[in-house]
Design a protein around this ligand. Structure first.
Ligand code: 13P
Length: 250
């Protein structure tokens, strides 16, 4: 039985002060939840948020990682830096990075290797554009992105991995994939993992759904066969909404 994992991707929102106030409110509301809970603030908020969640059931993730250990990469952050700050998770290959910042399957794979090197738990994002879904190539896109991300990654690391299926057309649009469509896509991604590795690895990897997850649709999404939780954007910025999602089972 895979444990659910619910992560909030705050994107470029909240200052360090706002972030600390927010997690102080959140940690009381979600105490005792039985899913793994992660919040992913911006880099500048990480030290303060790591400190603020101490003693709670909330883990902290970064929103990106560079593949090099250090060097002349202006604006980037390395795994060693994240590790020292006390981060546990890292989001890799979010569609906004792919769309606006030139992220490719190859850079996703390089970042994944860096996360594993520094023993950070990766949340690797994949997902199709609306135009790709409309011409019926969703599975092809998901397969290419998954195979590309996992190139040369050993089975024992993949078992521990979180993959987030985020259809780009559902992100920040209020349009959620139906629970059947989302579950089918997650099931398909799992079948790609099985083809690349084996059934044991495929059964172990956790696959989240992301894209307009709200308290009102979380239960329907998260109680399907292959969706193991959510990667939540907008609704993760409000303590009551995120709590409603985390406590989807009432
Ligand atoms: P929304 O929940 O705002 O649609 O964002 C989803 C997302 O991109 C999480 O990474």
């Amino acid at each position: 039985m895979r444990k659910k994992i619910i992560a909030g991707n705050w994107k470029m929102n909240k200052t360090p002060k706002q972030a600390v106030e927010f997690v102080n409110e959140l940690k009381e509301k979600i105490a005792g939840a039985d899913a793994d809970i992660v919040v992913c603030p911006t880099f500048v908020c990480l030290p303060a948020v790591v400190e603020a969640v101490k003693g709670s059931n909330i883990k902290v993730g970064a929103q990106n990682i560079h593949w090099a250990d250090n060097g002349a990469f202006t604006g980037e952050i390395s795994g060693e830096m994240l590790k020292e700050v006390g981060v546990d998770y890292v989001i890799i290959g979010h569609s906004e990075r792919r769309q606006y910042f030139g992220e490719t399957d190859e850079t996703v794979n390089n970042r994944l290797k860096a996360a594993l090197k520094y023993e950070l738990s990766p949340i690797v994002c994949v997902g199709e554009l609306l135009s790709e879904r409309e011409v019926g190539i969703t599975n092809q896109v998901l397969e290419t992105q998954t195979v590309g991300a996992l190139k040369d990654i050993p089975a024992e690391d993949v078992k521990e991995l979180v993959i987030a299926y985020e259809p780009v057309w559902a992100i920040g649009t209020g349009k959620t994939a139906s629970s059947d469509d989302a579950n089918d896509a997650c099931k398909f991604i799992r079948s790609v993992v099985e083809k690349l590795y084996n059934k044991e690895v495929a059964e172990a990897v956790r696959i989240q759904y992301g894209g307009s997850v709200k308290p009102s649709n979380a239960k329907e999404l998260f109680t399907t066969s292959d969706i193991d939780g959510g990667l939540v954007g907008g609704a993760s910025l409000k303590a009551d909404d995120f709590t409603g999602i985390v406590k989807y089972n009432g």
